[in-house]
Write a protein that binds this ligand. Structure first.
Ligand code: SF4
Length: 398
């Protein structure tokens, strides 16, 4: 049975995304001029607060994503960089994904873990997860993202709670990127020490979503879309959303929907950090080719536009992208990045023993990413979370 639509689904249904995307494609040079004039004063002096008139709405985001704005990419990126510096300074948070299982009962046509694909399956037991976690802790990570396929027996709620409880002493910030859960399970995970929940909608286009999510739990568009409302209500302090660029028929429409989603979550759960990622489709065991190619310039434009639209959003970038792209985007818009990643269960201790979800393009070690950031004048942030669990706040004085 399908889940009832959540509050954002109802808001999304009232948005004319196709119309906004069409307006984006037909944006005039005068509209781009006007937008750049609004954001340029902020770019001129990153030390000064942004003027109120520079707050962008969805129609402005459509202009920033337009082909004509793409011709002014350097100016757009410069304004985005100034916004990032003003809101975040030169700090970039580093995290590592830890794949606990590649077992999956869902069939998503773009994924190397899809049910039925002939990949070696493995689910780590809690001791093996801890061993992987210790390796990552030794490499400096304090922000960990636990990733799995969707297999409610092998990766059950009880299993995840046990994993979170085991890793909590090692990692002050633990997030999950797994199947979606009920309110009760999100609440149990938060009580166990979970901080963040990441679920990418992949594409906000309902017809394309139905076509690529052939079977399984993930096929339910509305359950997935409303998962953030359940997770945030249960106490999750970080929410991660994203769209897989190239999967949907119109990448601009997906970025516009993502912007609307981020704005909704930021407004409704204002004490919760919202982060946004724009992974591009990569080769995987699925063999599915992108429906549309998103070129490098368009990719940079999408990140720049999102930064101008959501100055407070954490923008995340994974090792799917090659070093020059990652090094460039960190100077423009990105504030959170993974490093030294493996996308197979057990892949840090024993690479090559299970199937990977997708191939990575930035194979630099965490130490090399740290050195790159320092050389560029940025501060790598390995830890910015200070859990309060179990502390007697009443007797502490500061
Ligand atoms: S995207 Fe997630 S649910 Fe879909 S096949 Fe891959 S691991 Fe399974």
């Amino acid at each position: 049975m399908s889940a009832p639509p959540g509050q954002f689904a109802r808001e999304l249904a009232g948005l004319d995304l196709a119309g906004l995307a069409e307006r984006s494609r037909s944006t005039s040079r005068a509209q781009v001029d006007a937008l750049l004039r609004r954001v340029a004063p902020a770019a001129a002096d990153p030390g000064r607060p942004a003027p109120a008139h520079s707050v962008l709405n969805l129609a402005d985001l459509a202009v920033a994503l337009s082909p004509v704005a793409g011709e002014r990419l350097e100016e757009l990126a410069r304004a985005a960089r100034a916004t990032t510096l003003r809101r975040f300074g030169r700090a970039v948070r580093l995290f590592a994904p830890l794949y606990v299982s590649n077992a999956c009962l869902s069939s998503c046509t773009y994924c190397g873990f899809a049910k039925g694909l002939p990949v070696v399956r493995r689910t780590l037991d809690v001791d093996e997860v801890e061993a992987e976690g210790r390796l990552l802790a030794e490499r400096g990570f304090r922000h960990l993202l636990l990733v799995s396929g969707e297999h409610r027996i092998e990766v059950s709620a009880d299993y995840l709670v046990a994993v979170v409880e085991r890793l909590r002493p090692l990692f002050p910030s633990l997030s999950i990127e797994t199947q979606t859960w009920s309110d009760d399970t999100y609440a149990r995970l938060v009580r166990a020490g979970l901080e963040g929940v990441v679920h990418y909608q992949e594409t906000y286009d309902r017809a394309r979503y139905a076509a690529v999510h052939v079977s399984g739990w993930k096929r339910d568009y509305d359950r997935r879309l409303s998962s953030f409302e359940r997770a945030a209500s249960a106490g999750a302090r970080r929410l991660g959303i994203g769209a897989l660029l190239g999967l949907g028929p119109d990448w601009r429409a997906d970025v516009l929907a993502l912007g609307a989603h981020a704005a909704f979550l930021s407004r409704r759960y204002w004490r919760t950090e919202v982060s946004v990622a724009l992974p591009r489709m990569k080769p995987s065991a699925s063999g599915l080719a992108p429906l549309v190619e998103v070129g490098d310039a368009e990719f940079v434009q999408a990140y720049s536009a999102l930064r101008l639209f959501g100055p407070d959003l954490a923008l995340s970038l994974s090792t799917r992208e090659p070093p020059p792209m990652r090094d460039g985007l960190v100077r423009i818009a990105v504030t959170t990045m993974s490093a030294g990643s493996s996308t197979e269960p057990g892949g840090y201790a024993a690479p090559g023993t299970a199937g990977e979800q997708f191939s990575i393009s930035d194979e630099r070690s965490p130490a090399e990413i740290d050195a790159m950031l320092v050389a560029a004048g940025y501060e790598p942030v390995w830890k910015d979370a200070f859990p309060l669990y179990g502390e007697n706040l009443a007797v502490r004085s500061y």
